[in-house]
Design a protein around this ligand. Structure first.
Ligand SMILES: CC(C)(COP(=O)(O)OP(=O)(O)OC[C@H]1O[C@@H](n2cnc3c(N)ncnc32)[C@H](O)[C@@H]1OP(=O)(O)O)[C@@H](O)C(=O)NCCC(=O)NCCS
Length: 179
């Protein structure tokens, strides 16, 4: 099968394809294309597979809504804990650089702003729609991130934050231990 036929099969004719078959088919595709399918595949369960295949650690029971964009250079910098829910249009920035801009000659930009740091979303976290999470941030278990939030600092467990930048809103009761 040609790459375009594989993409067509996986994107539009996926009913009946097992996880193993999808993984096998993806083996013949460039990882950019596999990651792209992660953002845009219509099926919730299928979407996760493409992120796993491109070095994102995805826990059991995670739900990833459409248009998750991950800037990580495929470097195993992004981890999603079990049962976490990611709303639509979430952007995760692990790797950050100004590309070809002449800003890459600026000492401050190189030393401080250009970076590659992990982003970790803990178990049972709920990330709202249109959230942006910046490099180095860890979100604790059972936290909630409000729609449209820019998260520039770690979020403690069982805490609701929202806004730009993220601000404390509520403290939640601790979640039960894993069943
Ligand atoms: C963050 C959220 C959970 C808070 O809900 P809540 O506990 O009912 O909070 P409230 O509506 O009582 O708001 C509390 C304060 O936070 C502010 N706030 C709430 N959500 C906010 C948001 N997304 N961004 C900025 N501020 C927000 C409110 O304006 C209010 O501020 P005030 O006290 O100064 O008036 C909710 O607003 C939200 O964003 N949910 C995410 C929905 C979503 O994206 N789902 C994904 C689809 S699966």
């Amino acid at each position: 099968m040609q790459p375009h036929e594989i993409v067509q099969r996986i994107m539009f004719d996926y009913d009946g394809l097992s996880r193993e078959q999808i993984i096998e088919l993806c083996g013949a595709l460039p990882r950019k294309m596999v990651r792209w399918m992660g953002a845009h595949h219509p099926d919730n369960h299928t979407r996760k597979i493409f992120f796993e295949l491109t070095n994102v650690e995805v826990g059991e029971g995670v739900v990833i809504n459409p248009n998750l964009i991950v800037s990580d250079g495929y470097m195993s910098l992004f981890k999603i804990g079990k049962r976490a829910a990611l709303g639509p249009n979430v952007t995760i920035i692990c790797e950050s650089a100004p590309n070809n801009s002449l800003l890459q000659r600026d000492e401050y930009v190189v030393r401080i702003l250009t970076c590659a740091k992990p982003v970790i979303i803990g178990e049972d976290v709920w990330v709202g729609a249109n959230v942006v999470i910046l490099p180095g941030v860890t979100i604790g278990r059972g936290a909630i991130i409000g729609a449209g939030t820019v998260v520039n600092q770690d979020v403690p467990p069982n805490t609701v934050v929202a806004g730009v930048p993220a601000r404390f809103i509520h403290k939640l009761d601790p979640l039960p231990e894993e069943l």
